[in-house]
Design a protein around this ligand. Sequence first.
Ligand code: UD1
Ligand code: MG
Length: 452
Amino acid sequence: MLAVAILAAGKGTRMKSQLPKVLQSLAGKSLIERVLASVNGLKPDRVLLIVGHQAELIKEKLCHIPELEFINQVPQKGTGHAIQQLIPVLKDFEGELLVLNGDVPLLSKTTIARLIHQHRTSKVEATFLSATLSSPEGYGRVFADELGNVSEIIEDRDCNHEQKDNKLTNAGVYVYNWEKLKHILPKLTNKNEQNELYITDTIKMLDKCMHLQVVDPEEVSGINNRQQLSCCEEIIQQKLRDFWMLNGVTFIDENSCTLSEECEFGNDVIIEPQTHFRGRCQVGNNCTIGPGSLLKNCVLGNFVKVMFSVINDAKVGNNVEIGPYSHLRPKALINDECKIGNFVEVKKSFIGQGTKINHLSYIGDADLGKNVNIGAGTITANYDGKYKHLTKIGNNSNTGANSVLVAPIVLGADITVGAGSTLTKDVPNGSLAIGRAKQFNKEDWEIKKNTN
Ligand code: UD1
Ligand code: MG
């Protein structure tokens, strides 16, 4: 039997944030989501999350994971005290307990599997991950012989000068034989610099413990402050960019661009500087994205060009040009060969193949046919203050500059709207619609001079 416990009750004082530390975001996912993902696939019998500081908020964010058991630690008197909360919960449990710190988000599944494997084969009472760090400040130091047998872990604050020179650090990931651990947990004391109960003290109290050094120390980076958060973000971003550069994507200035793990790119994609992808983005072949663009949860076909634009929850076909300065909002569906130009906003609208909206327009709640030409400054007036209404425009129609289409309205196919029109009535196929005041010229008009 395997139980997993994740420590997530601490405040994260060093983050200086309103948000509990484990809910801080790293490359679009919270720390705790990342830690939970790292135990995915282990098929544990129980998954226990120890919460305390802002427990309700954490529970709310994770309520979609049914197998998660929340254990309250109130007040929070240290990592050892957190684990003590498991004594009644795991009263009848027999087997191994995997303990993870909720602020160690880069751990790989492979490393956890190696740790469990080593623990099972060596038959010791506890095995934990360690790393040799060039800057070990802040981490607990591991004192071990060359065979990997550990005598104790001493926290950074409790180390003397000599002990601080030890660069072998505790990663905060442990596998225990629960039978053995549960007997020593009540004996933890708080005789240390922080007056807390430390989980790390269990190591010297158990009979035989070993450490397993990770191959890549980056994996066990702990996050206690925003500098460390930023370092981990950079590690993830560099890995993502490296992966995509080896898979057909060119970055013009890679360090100025960020990706998410849910992005997918075709071949011959060029990502220009200052371009960011969030959430689930799918980009086809031969696209050029950027400079200066933000794309979130979107699908782009092949040969799409996006420049200085924002695309959010939208879908774009093949051979489409977006921008500069376009804003595609949720449920914008742009079909093949369209052009969405300068200062154009499209929301919840179907834009038929070959349609062009080149300048300064708002198209919302609309259904546009094929090869429509939307003149500069055309607005679908979709909102009456209470409800949203639809605008429909048939194939091959043109709207003149500064047309206001007051929805609900249906404009047929092959129609033309005169510039400056405000239309409130449907327009039949093949018509010219003009809805503006007639021009009046008064001849021989003298400009009144100011005589004062
Ligand atoms: C801890 C380890 C240290 C190790 C480092 C690795 C201890 C005493 N020290 O230090 O040896 O090198 O992690 O990153 O364990 N938490 C609770 N309840 C509490 C206190 C903390 O659940 O009462 C949780 C925190 O939310 C956090 C985790 O335990 O997720 C670790 O706590 P933190 O204060 O970050 O410990 P470190 O100082 O990083
Ligand atoms: Mg920490």
